[in-house]
Design a protein. Structure first.
Ligand SMILES: [Zn+2]
Ligand SMILES: [Zn+2]
Length: 76
């Protein structure tokens, strides 16, 4: 039993990691750094730079286009 559940969780983690590391905006994967929302939305630094005017109104927080949550720039 423990061996089976361990295998499943490591498979899950691998899959999750792959999803998390690709930008939802440009689709680029294997990002060294990316902004993430709690809903799973991921955006790379490049796309954030391009879209910051539309995603942030104060330079302190950015609004997730998927779930409209406010995410802090310094809170990663
Ligand atoms: Zn991107
Ligand atoms: Zn979100």
């Amino acid at each position: 039993m423990p061996r089976t559940s361990k295998r499943i969780s490591s498979y899950k983690q691998k899959k999750l990691k792959a999803q998390e590391s690709s930008c939802h905006c440009c689709g680029k994967g294997d990002l060294p750094f990316a902004w993430r929302c709690r809903c799973g939305f991921t955006i790379c630094q490049e796309c954030m730079d391009e879209n910051v005017w539309g995603m942030s109104c104060n330079g302190i927080t950015w609004e997730c286009p998927d779930c409209s949550a406010q995410n802090g720039f310094g809170n990663q």
